[in-house]
Design a protein around this ligand. Structure first.
Ligand code: FES
Length: 67
């Protein structure tokens, strides 16, 4: 699924950038070039970042709780 139609950036590419250490919108924009035309992909990019952070928190919590 495309996140950024203007630049042809997919959700997989955004998630890969996040997994490679891009931890905020600016870093993802710099790496993939999304958001530089119409900007309508910025909210979806933020959602993917938030989902990644939430997933990491769940992992961290399960490690702390020994689940
Ligand atoms: S959809 Fe990403 S800049 Fe237009």
């Amino acid at each position: 699924m495309y996140v950024c139609l203007c630049k042809g950036v997919t959700e997989s590419q955004v998630n890969e950038a996040i997994s490679q250490g891009c931890c905020n919108k600016s870093m993802i924009q710099d790496k993939l070039g999304l958001g530089s035309v119409c900007g309508s992909c910025i909210p979806e990019t933020q959602i993917l970042l938030d989902q990644s952070r939430y997933a990491q928190l769940e992992i961290d919590e399960s490690i702390l709780l020994g689940i």
